[in-house]
Design a binder for this molecule. Structure first.
Ligand SMILES: N[C@@H](CCC(=O)N[C@@H](CS)C(=O)NCC(=O)O)C(=O)O
Length: 202
């Protein structure tokens, strides 16, 4: 299996962590792939017509995307321990993943707005709108995290990727001051080898 990733991509980090936490051996080969919404990587289109990462190519040549599908596939290969199989636990885990992916959607779009879009075309109201989504989702995450205990399933993996990406690209967002419980939780899970191994570049 070959997986298109980039060390800076938080969505790719999610599936890279899943591959490690699922204990896959061997893990998918990680192919470092550059992406940009204004310079779509045509070489990636065979693996994902949306030209986004992560994208997974299986040994039979078939492909899977996006990160949610790849994560569940890799977990199934590893014995299905990271996605609850049914019932209220499953919906809670999928909802938490959706919440945290939503933080990433807003943060990645903001990153493109600030780092890719030419300065004269930037739109402050739009950036502020994305920031409100991030703040609201962080508050929801903080309300939920007390029930997580020692779990590190798909919802918590997505949460760790969201907080890690905010640290990486938006150090001015002081989520630790607003949510000290998440600060303690993130410090603890950041020690896991899956997290250390997939840390974004300095
Ligand atoms: N919903 C997708 C989002 C993936 C995504 O936005 N990836 C970014 C990198 S972090 C990307 O490939 N951007 C390139 C583009 O937007 O063209 C997933 O969960 O995999």
């Amino acid at each position: 299996m070959r997986m298109h990733i980039n060390p800076a991509s938080p969505f790719a980090r999610k599936v890279r962590i899943v591959a490690r936490e699922a204990g896959l051996a061997p893990r998918p080969e990680e192919i470092e792939t550059a992406v940009s919404p204004v310079a779509p990587n045509a070489d990636l289109a065979g693996a994902n017509p949306l030209m986004k990462i992560p994208a997974l190519t299986l040994d039979d040549g078939s492909t899977l995307y996006d990160s949610r599908v790849i994560a569940e596939y890799l977990d199934a290969l590893g014995g299905a321990r990271l996605f609850p199989s049914s019932g209220a636990q499953r919906w809670a885990a999928l909802r938490l993943q959706a919440l945290c992916d939503g933080i990433l959607d807003a943060a990645v779009l903001t990153r493109y707005e600030c780092a890719v879009r030419p300065q004269p075309l930037r739109w402050d109201d739009w950036i502020a709108g994305q920031r409100r989504k991030i703040d609201g989702a962080l508050a929801a995450m903080a309300r939920e995290h007390g029930a997580w205990g020692d779990q590190f399933g798909i919802g918590q993996i997505a949460a760790a990727c969201a907080l890690g990406y905010l640290d990486f690209r938006f150090p001015d967002i002081d989520w630790r001051a607003a949510h000290p419980g998440l600060k303690t939780w993130f410090a603890r899970v950041s020690e896991r080898s899956s997290m250390c191994d997939t840390m974004p570049p300095a």
